[in-house]
Design a protein around this ligand. Structure first.
Ligand code: MG
Ligand code: MG
Length: 264
């Protein structure tokens, strides 16, 4: 079921998503070698609650009924998504994708950013750059009259033209009162295919892109999605609202990027 949002609802969605952006910016300040993913999650948990919201990922069951135990997902290097925060210590040269969701005033925010830990290789930075570019190319395609497949094609063609893999098993999604609503927004597809986009549609666009092969598997914890070839993967996500004839980005990387400086 696709729920189109009113202008008032879109503004509530913006509040939830800007809080995700501010949470990820707090995380950007603490990312360095020696920090554990559990420390990242704990900071996110208290920051989100201090701002009157709830971290939505905590307690969400996977298909086997195993609840996600933490406030955010922290996926390191070859982990693509849904990494469970733990005592793992981040090392110089690692990357970590932090996926964050908030529920504020009845509406959801959802955004993810892949951070560099210390000095990351140029090869990995190129993967991050291309993945982030593909997110914005997807967003540019998200205008009324276009179709879901136009978003998918924009992401896939950009990433594959650089030789990267586009994960098929996980996709973007509609978002609103529920964290996951229809429609699905795959990162691969054909132009002109799929649901037609219209004003009021709110979706999370989230390319999950691998350095080499696109094959992934789920770890024994029932959550962590990992590349089969053990090569790194990147994940960037924005929640957007299609309204007034354009794609309005509700989440924000601005504060994060101001803290990071120009890395790539
Ligand atoms: Mg997310
Ligand atoms: Mg999402």
């Amino acid at each position: 079921m696709v729920y189109l949002k009113t202008e008032e609802e879109i503004e509530l969605m913006r509040q939830a998503n800007l809080l995700v952006g501010r949470t990820l910016a707090e995380i950007a300040k603490m990312i360095k070698p020696g920090v554990t993913t559990e420390e990242i999650s704990n900071l996110a948990d208290s920051f989100i609650r201090d701002n009157g919201a709830v971290p939505t990922f905590k307690g969400v069951p996977n298909p086997y009924g195993v609840p996600f135990p933490a406030a955010v997902c922290c996926s390191v290097n070859e982990q693509v998504v849904h990494g469970i925060p733990d005592k793992r210590v981040l090392e110089d040269g690692d990357i970590v994708s932090v996926d964050c969701g908030t529920l504020l005033n009845g509406f959801n925010g959802d955004s993810c950013y892949t951070f560099c830990v210390g000095n990351v290789s140029d090869e990995i930075k190129a993967l991050l750059k291309t993945t982030k570019e593909s997110l914005y190319l997807g967003i540019q395609s998200a205008i009324p009259g276009h179709r879901i497949g136009d978003i998918s094609y924009a992401i896939q063609s950009h990433c594959e033209s650089h030789g990267y893999g586009v994960v098929r098993e996980l996709v973007g999604h509609g978002i609103g009162r529920e964290m996951h609503e229809d429609p699905m927004v795959p990162n691969y597809g054909k132009r002109g295919n799929g649901m037609r986009l219209s004003n009021g549609l709110c979706i999370a666009i989230e390319p999950m892109i691998t350095m080499c092969k696109r094959d992934v598997y789920v770890a024994e914890d029932g959550w962590t999605v990992i590349t089969r070839d053990g090569k790194p993967a990147a994940h960037f996500e924005h929640t957007i609202a299609i309204h007034n004839g354009t794609a309005d980005i509700l989440s924000s990387f601005e504060e994060i990027e101001a803290i990071e400086g120009k890395l790539y």
